[in-house]
Structure formats: structure tokens, C-alpha cells
Design a protein around this ligand. Structure first.
Ligand SMILES: Cc1cc2nc3c(=O)[nH]c(=O)nc-3n(C[C@H](O)[C@H](O)[C@H](O)COP(=O)(O)OP(=O)(O)OC[C@H]3O[C@@H](n4cnc5c(N)ncnc54)[C@H](O)[C@@H]3O)c2cc1C
Length: 352
């Protein structure tokens, strides 16, 4: 079998990259081992334009948001699904200081922020003491729906191999790679946290980050907005809400913990004024990087080997944007923007 690109992984990274490659007329084969605990399967799917206690704009968000709206809209139309929706965040202030920080920021730069007309209007179903602000627009990506329908399309087209890729069987030549019966011009690793041990890229400054989540059934709870009060409560499927998440750089393993379960249950009891049932408890590692910037591009020594990884906490907004850049690199030889280009680690990668 002869193809242009062999991709390893069909999380949001492999999905966006394989989509863009095909749009550019390139043939692809994706190898993915189904993993219910991958980051893309556990993520909430939010694109939030602001971050942190100081409510600053996230990196490149003015470019990323319109791009994401276009890209997910286009994929959704091709797959006959809606995979992007606007769901603004009701940001409940946990303390008077947080209220002050929000109103200060709103006065200085109101882009993406608003104040409610009547700040008691959420009290029938939510407990909050210091009012709330609104973050908008925010987008929600239906990752489960998108990944499922896109996978089905790949399978129907004979473009997906459901298997674990074994790197020991990969032969890398100067201008092609060979894997079992597959010959490809290049192999691109979109393999999430498996990338941390990939012999071609393990020397990069990775930083695994663990997140835990509850899926909670709350019949009748409003599903138009995302609610945030420390944790976020995100409408997920009918009557099911995603509650999370932790953000840990240090942990013993990637399993769900009883500590988080109890903490999140207490949060629900104190915050949600409607009956709820905990349906599931999940955990996953985010493929984060110490610099908080992705790793995109080709290996400086092995030109037939590439990487599309390191999306960290922001795969939903970064993957569509950098998929286009990666394709321009592969097809037209246009360099990836410097902050994300893996060539910034040329010396480290050339030594290893
Ligand atoms: C709790 C939590 C909440 C999050 N919330 C958000 C959010 O709201 N918004 C946001 O933008 N991001 C969020 N993220 C981050 C987001 O999940 C990641 O940035 C993104 O999913 C990374 O996608 P990926 O495709 O690079 O990796 P992954 O999703 O890990 O996909 C990698 C794929 O490669 C496959 N694979 C790996 N190795 C092999 C192999 N050897 N053979 C075959 N297949 C292989 C895996 O099975 C998997 O399917 C969250 C993450 C977590 C954990």
C-alpha cells in the first residue's frame, strides 16, 4: 500500500490534520488504537477566550476562534453533524476579590466579557454568593460526536487501521517510511501522551498534566451555558453534564482518585440546587509541554518523520489552526510559525 502520509493517532490532532491533508489532495492512512482514556475522549471541548485569575486573553485567541468556527463548521457539514456551538460561560465569582478582578478587567478591555442585566437570575438552580460575569463568545466542540463520525468515515474509506502502532517495525529512509505493508512519503505522529516515549521526539520538553472529571446526570438543569465556579459544569449530552477539572503536574498515575470524587461531589452538593446522580468518573493526561506551546513540524535529522502534538490544555482551538500550518509546510514548504515550530529544538533533537 502506497500513500502520501501515515498518521499515528486519531484524537483531535490526528482528526484535524488528516482532514486538512485530504483537502489539500494528499492521501492518508491513520493508525489508531481506540483508547477511552485519551485526552480527546475525556476533554470538555471548550474554547474559552480568557484565562486565569486576571482574566487575560489566551494566546492568539483573536485568530484561533474565527478559524475554529470555520473549520469545525466545515467538518460538521461534511459529516452531517453539528460539532461546534456557542455556549457562553456564566463565571460565578467565588470571592469578592474575583468579582473585583472581573469588573476591573471589564473596564479596561471588555472584549469577550459582559456583565449580566440581572445577576440573581441563575439562583433557582445554582448557589453563588458574589454575583457573576459572562465570558462570550465561548465555543463548545462536541469532541465525542466529531471523533466518532470522522472515524466512521475513515473506516468506510479504508483510511483507518484500528491497531497499536509498533515503532520497532518502522523503517525510516531518506524520503519515505515503511511500516509492515505500508509505504508512505512521511509519517506524522499525532499520538498524544504516547509521544513522550517516542524515540524520535522523547527529548522534547514534555510535561504531562493530569485532569479528572465527573459525568453527572442533572435532569432539567439548563444547558444553554457553561457554569464556572472553580470547576466548570459543561452541558455534555442530554441531561448529562461534564464537571471538572483538576490540573495537576504531579501525580502517581493516570487513574481516577477517590479524593477528586469526594471533592467534586461536595462541590455539586454546595453548588447545584437540583437532584443529581454521578454517572461516571474519568481521568486523562494532557499532552502538555513545559513552554505551553505545541510541537509542530518535521524532525531536523529524519525528514520523513513529523510531529503534530503538544496541544496541552487547548487542543480544540490549536489543532485546526496548526493543521493548516502543518499542511502548508508539507505541501508548499512554508515554515510553521516560530513559537510552535519543532525546529526550535533542532539541537536537542539532532543529538538524541
Ligand atoms: C480533563 C481534561 C479536560 C480538557 N478540556 C479541554 C477543553 O475544554 N478544551 C480544549 O481545547 N482542550 C481540553 N483538554 C485538552 C485536550 O484534551 C488535548 O489538548 C487534546 O485532546 C490532545 O489531542 P491529541 O489528539 O493530540 O491527543 P489524544 O487525544 O491523546 O489522541 C492521541 C491518539 O493517539 C492514539 N495513539 C497513541 N499512541 C498510539 C499507538 N502507538 N498506536 C495507535 N494509536 C496510538 C491514542 O489512542 C489516541 O487516540 C482537556 C484535557 C483533559 C484531560
Amino acid at each position: 500500500m502506497q500513500i502520501d502520509y501515515l498518521l499515528i493517532g486519531q484524537g483531535i490532532s490526528g482528526t484535524c490534520l488528516s482532514w486538512e491533508l485530504q483537502k489539500a489532495g494528499q492521501s492518508v492512512l491513520v493508525i489508531d488504537a481506540p483508547n477511552p482514556r485519551s485526552a480527546s475522549k475525556v476533554a470538555s471541548g471548550i474554547i474559552n477566550p480568557v484565562t486565569g485569575r486576571r482574566i487575560v486573553k489566551t494566546w492568539m485567541i483573536d485568530d484561533l476562534m474565527p478559524w475554529a468556527w470555520e473549520a469545525y463548521g466545515e467538518m460538521g457539514r461534511a459529516l452531517h453533524i453539528d460539532c461546534i456551538a456557542q455556549k457562553d460561560i456564566i463565571d460565578c465569582f467565588a470571592t469578592p476579590q474575583m468579582r473585583l478582578a472581573f469588573t476591573d478587567r471589564y473596564e479596561k478591555d471588555p472584549q469577550y466579557l459582559a456583565l449580566p442585566a440581572a445577576e440573581n437570575d441563575q439562583r433557582d438552580y445554582l448557589q453563588y454568593d458574589f454575583g457573576y460575569g459572562i465570558i462570550h463568545p465561548c465555543y463548545w466542540i462536541d469532541l465525542a460526536g466529531l471523533l466518532h463520525h470522522y472515524r466512521r468515515r475513515l473506516l468506510q474509506n479504508g483510511q483507518l487501521l484500528e491497531a497499536t502502532f509498533d515503532i520497532a517495525q518502522l523503517q525510516v529512509k531518506e524520503d519515505e517510511v515503511q511500516y509492515q505493508h505500508i509505504t508512505a512519503r512521511k509519517i506524522i505522529f499525532c499520538d498524544g501522551v504516547t509521544g513522550f516515549t517516542n524515540p524520535f521526539f522523547r527529548a522534547l520538553p514534555w510535561g504531562a498534566n493530569k485532569g479528572e472529571v465527573l459525568l453527572v446526570e442533572i435532569p432539567g438543569f439548563p444547558d444553554k451555558h457553561i457554569y464556572k465556579k472553580g470547576y466548570s459544569l459543561v452541558p455534555w449530552k442530554e441531561n448529562i453534564f461534564w464537571l471538572g477539572s483538576t490540573y495537576l503536574w504531579e501525580f502517581d498515575n493516570d487513574d481516577p482518585t477517590p479524593g477528586f470524587y469526594q471533592f467534586a461531589k461536595n462541590w455539586l452538593q454546595l453548588t447545584v440546587k437540583m437532584p443529581f446522580t454521578i454517572a461516571d468518573h474519568l481521568a486523562a493526561l494532557r499532552p502538555a509541554t513545559l513552554e505551553r506551546r505545541p510541537f509542530i513540524g518535521l524532525h531536523p535529522v529524519h525528514g520523513a518523520v513529523g510531529i503534530f502534538n503538544g496541544m496541552g490544555t487547548k487542543g480544540c482551538s490549536l489543532a485546526p489552526w496548526f493543521a493548516r500550518q502543518m499542511v502548508r509546510l508539507l505541501v508548499d514548504n512554508v515554515p510553521v510559525q516560530a513559537e510552535a515550530d519543532v525546529q526550535r529544538f533542532k539541537r536537542i533533537l539532532s543529538r538524541s
